[in-house]
Design a binder for this molecule. Structure first.
Ligand code: ZN
Length: 276
């Protein structure tokens, strides 16, 4: 009986996943680093204008309903949270469960943990530039949020991994690493506009693509960048080639997905292959 209930629950989860995917929505995962897909109101009503922690929320219509698609930061405290109207009044409450991401303890050369003084200004400038890009909320909104994988290869470092370098706690891994060989193709996971290209201290050759509605994607350590800022991309168009630029030890693609200011689990957006 217990097993039957488990199987039933698993089938339900699968069906919900398939249903959301078919409609172009990410998987609903209400944990820090996840995405909450919340039913707000009938689409016959005015489109709601909502905030989550003062950030605008992506609202899409789906089967005659308004849905909120909310990026949940890795730093979010589990427990009850609320979407608010623009004056801060609570509109919808939802709860966020805890998630224990694995921890990786590494001993690395000190230069990876403490960048030299002369590059600290550069690092500050680059992180401000990334924050500004990730705060964008542009139109048009994406017609689908389901992404294709930007590169082929195994996942070599998971999203959310907590990292302790030389006994010091670092920021958790805000993207996922795809172990693709040097010069493998990196393609646009979704249509969008290139808003940042550059050579960054930690991230090496970097591209940020804005898909609209606060959804952006980040590609790091590229060997070659094949796009320019302002360029409009279709899904599957070449962005660049996998490399080992920046502060890394070998070629791989670091891929991050940002939803309204929060870096979230990229695999929630990937098209699930069926029949395999
Ligand atoms: Zn990475």
């Amino acid at each position: 009986m217990k097993n039957a209930a488990k199987t039933f629950a698993a089938v339900c989860v699968l069906l919900i996943g398939t249903c959301l995917q078919a409609s172009g929505l990410p998987q609903d995962s209400r944990v820090p680093g996840g995405v909450a897909v919340l039913d707000i109101a009938p689409a016959s009503q005015h489109k709601p204008d909502l905030r989550f922690q003062q950030q605008p929320v992506l609202i899409l219509s789906h089967q005659q309903r308004w849905l909120a698609v909310v990026g949940l930061p890795l730093s979010l405290t589990p427990g009850n949270h609320a979407l608010t109207d623009k004056d801060g009044a609570s509109v919808l409450q939802f709860s966020v469960a805890d998630k224990a991401y694995p921890t990786q303890t590494l001993k690395v050369e000190p230069k990876y943990v403490e960048p030299p003084l002369e590059v600290q200004q550069r690092i500050a400038r680059e992180s401000a530039l990334m924050r500004t890009a990730f705060a964008r909320f542009s139109e048009p909104l994406p017609s689908s949020l389901v992404m294709r994988k930007p590169a082929e290869g195994p996942e070599t470092s998971a999203f959310g991994l907590r990292r302790v370098f030389n006994g010091q706690s670092r920021n958790p891994h805000s993207g996922l690493d795809i172990g693709a060989p040097l010069n493998a193709e990196v393609v646009a996971p979704l249509a969008g506009k290139v808003v940042v290209t550059g050579d960054f201290y930690f991230n090496g050759n970097t591209v940020i693509v804005d898909h609209g509605g606060g959804l952006l994607s980040l590609f790091c350590h590229l060997n070659v960048i094949n796009v320019r800022e302002g360029q409009q991309l279709e899904t599957g168009e070449l962005i660049g080639r996998v490399g080992a630029t920046g502060r890394v030890t070998g070629p791989h693609l670091h891929f991050s997905v940002n939803l309204t200011g929060a870096r979230v689990e990229p695999s929630l957006f990937f098209l699930k292959e069926t029949g395999k």
